[in-house]
Design a protein around this ligand. Structure first.
Ligand code: HEM
Length: 478
């Protein structure tokens, strides 16, 4: 009876004058859940055409207000009194981890410190060394004359994952503890099912796979937690100590470790894939990046086999990275409305948000893919973020108003990616090493970029549906 009353209340919700347009869909309770899950970008862009840049939709019993006006994003991001971060449910579903009593503010401060200043320099150096070791390994081609076939997504993801894992989780790795290839394989299976886990849409066979792979990852990470009693601590050991000091029990700690493994490793590999893929399929962009690297090598700002000087300016590479992330980073920023709140948009329109609803920003649709901000938004233009004089372009407009947020791959506000400087340095070093030490080309010169897997939309970096076949051979020593 209670359930029926509950359904009636929700089914009969109507829009008040001061609320955003309401679209409940045709199916009671479920509303637009299936469309949202299948392809969030397609669904939300259809809703935008129908209702404009703010609307409320119903999905699986929830009412979600979606705001797609980047000039008004700060109204949501800065209102932490009434609108609170709502990632806890996903953390529970995917990682079986309850963080409600966890001190997030303290953890955030710790993270910011660990990815900043000298700590950041240490991590970047260590990442460089680990990449170097992996790129020299037997798995990667040995002989200068021999072409090796591979798939670009796997090439990038496996190398960046393994180097990232060694850098943050297993500083004292000596080949005897965790098998890197095994942990990468388990991680990819887990990562592949993660979006469905978060949306409770796993089929029964998939559910079994997801839970058993998660268990194996917990076990593998427990081994790492026991290793390394030496004097120099890894990032992971220090993080665990922080959790211990906060009173978190051992079981929760190893679950939190998997959460951090995913947060720190799931984006850089896919980002490097899209970036190298765009370069390989856009010869003009590849020439421009190579020219910039050659100039750096000549000026002494870099040398083959050594890390790129952190002061070395790389505006062309930076533009290519920004353009890549504009096209392939798709995070859904979500907040829970704790109390009724009036939202005032940049153009003066005012809307009431109801307590208990959710409010979401989806920067992928606007600003990133918005034709009123970026000309031909679906096209990769390597120099989109460059001024005519070759400097970094930061002025983008919508109509007459200059935008603060013209691309938002790292999120924004309190949940902005704390690892972004580390990620940029890792991707840059990786691409620099691949381009200076290997000849890499498409196996089929006519192949084009694969489409993205729409189910990942909302979870950070998109991943390809399919892959790019490549071949490479070593041209210089690392
Ligand atoms: C959070 C993007 C790489 C560490 C985030 C968020 C985004 C993001 C959008 C916010 C998520 C949310 O609001 O729910 C990216 C992209 C990356 C990348 C596009 C690569 C291209 C990395 C790397 C690290 C890292 C390499 C660390 C090694 C973190 C952490 C958080 C985070 C710790 C959680 C911040 C918090 O909740 O306070 N990232 N990230 N990220 N990222 Fe990244």
């Amino acid at each position: 009876l209670l359930l029926i009353r509950f359904l009636l209340i929700f089914a009969s919700r109507t829009r008040s004058n001061d609320e955003p347009p309401l679209d409940k869909g045709l199916i009671p309770w479920l509303g637009y859940a299936l469309e949202f899950r299948k392809d969030a970008a397609k669904f939300l862009s259809e809703m935008k055409k129908k209702h404009g840049d703010i609307f409320t939709v119903r999905a699986a019993g929830h009412y979600i207000t979606v705001l797609l006006d980047p000039n008004s994003y700060d109204e949501i991001l800065n209102n932490s009194d009434s609108l609170v971060y709502s990632g806890q449910k996903v953390t529970e579903k995917v990682f079986s981890l309850d963080l409600t009593s966890h001190n997030r503010a303290e953890e955030k401060r710790w993270m910011q410190q660990r990815f900043h200043g000298e700590n950041l320099d240490d991590l970047s150096r260590s990442m460089y060394k680990n990449l170097q070791v992996l790129l020299r390994s037997a798995e990667i081609v040995q002989k200068m004359t021999e072409w090796k076939q591979d798939q670009l997504f796997n090439f990038c993801y496996s190398l960046l994952f393994k180097a990232g894992y060694l850098t943050l989780f297993d500083k004292e790795h000596n080949g005897s503890s965790v098998d890197l290839a095994a942990i990468y394989k388990e991680f990819r299976t887990f990562d592949g099912l993660l979006a469905k886990m978060a949306r409770s849409s796993l089929k029964s066979g998939e559910k079994q796979v997801a839970f058993s792979v998660r268990k194996r990852l917990w076990d593998l990470l427990s081994q790492t937690m026991q290793n390394g009693s030496g004097s120099s601590h890894s990032w992971q050991q220090d993080y665990r100590q922080l959790l211990e000091e906060n009173g978190m029990d051992k079981e929760a700690q190893r679950r939190a470790m998997l959460l951090q493994l995913w947060v720190t490793q799931c984006n850089a590999g896919p980002a490097a894939f899209w970036l190298l893929g765009f370069l390989l399929t856009h010869p003009e962009a590849m020439r421009a990046v190579r020219r910039e690297i050659d100039d750096l090598l000549q000026q002494g700002g870099a040398s083959q086999g050594l890390p790129l000087d952190k002061k070395a300016e790389t505006p062309v590479f930076d533009s290519v990275l920004s353009e890549t992330l504009r096209l392939t980073a798709a995070v859904l920023i979500s907040r829970e409305v704790k109390q009724d709140t009036m939202l005032e948009l940049a153009d003066g329109r005012k809307y009431r948000l109801r307590r208990g609803d959710r409010v979401c920003l989806f920067p992928y649709l606007s600003p990133q893919m918005d034709p009123s901000i970026h000309d031909e938004p679906e096209v990769f233009k390597f120099d989109r973020f460059l001024n005519a004089d070759g400097t970094k372009k930061t002025d983008f407009f919508q109509g007459k108003s200059r935008l603060k947020y013209y691309t938002m791959p790292w999120g924004a506000g309190t949940n902005i990616c704390v690892g972004r400087d580390f990620a940029i340095s890792a991707i840059k070093q990786f691409v620099f090493m691949v381009l200076t030490c290997f000849d890499m080309e498409l196996s089929d010169p006519d192949s084009s970029m694969p489409p993205s897997n729409t189910i990942r939309c909302g979870f950070g970096m998109l991943q390809p549906e399919g892959d790019l076949n490549i071949r490479y051979k070593r041209k210089a020593l690392l």
